[in-house]
Design a protein around this ligand. Sequence first.
Ligand SMILES: Nc1ncnc2c1ncn2[C@@H]1O[C@H](COP(=O)(O)OP(=O)(O)OP(=O)(O)O)[C@@H](O)[C@H]1O
Ligand SMILES: [Mg+2]
Length: 207
Amino acid sequence: MTVIRIAADMLLSEQELSAPAQSSVLRIKRAAQDMEELMEAFLLLARESDQGFTQEEVCVNDIVTEELERARLIAADKPIEVDSTAAGRLWVVGPDKVLASLIGNLLRNAFSYTDSGRVTVRLDPGQLVIEDSGIGISEQQVKQVFQPYFRASPQRRGGHGVGLTIVKRLSDRFGWPVEIASTPGQGTRVMVRFPAARWEAGANPPP
Ligand SMILES: Nc1ncnc2c1ncn2[C@@H]1O[C@H](COP(=O)(O)OP(=O)(O)OP(=O)(O)O)[C@@H](O)[C@H]1O
Ligand SMILES: [Mg+2]
């Protein structure tokens, strides 16, 4: 997978690539990246025990900043405003890769299922809230989103319907409950709670 991604990078640096060829290579690169992440998440879930996982405090603010930057790239061509606020720093004990996979999947969804409008990310004591003003889903569909391969709008390109299945499994395993509320045509709100998190008020939050 890494070979594919690096080869795509090399192709992209070629000067005389036509525009359609360039966008094809970009798609290859993104697909390889997605696949790498998916494999990473499966490997995390496949571990029998939690031994080997770092039990260090991780700053959720830093992970949100990093994943937000990456998720925003998928929607670079869409008129979406991003609003991210944190009145302090949220510290959680757990593997940073697990947090990145969980938060990254939620952020990618917010951008994928919003054509225009706003994505709001807020860190509060003990919780992360991601809100979008996107297409939304019905109450009935909200009940099904954690099932493998479920997609409410299969005609939308790119998804496999496994992102939230991974989110749910990581959430159950690490004890970080995820709640989803959505209204068709208005948007979606996802809340992740971190019951044992430490909150450091006002300490140099990201912009
Ligand atoms: N923020 C959101 N707004 C509207 N619909 C959403 C949102 N997040 C998820 N969904 C719906 O739930 C479905 C399942 O989401 P999930 O992340 O599991 O899969 P996916 O995004 O289709 O594919 P992938 O496996 O690449 O993440 C989506 O296909 C979409 O219909
Ligand atoms: Mg998804």
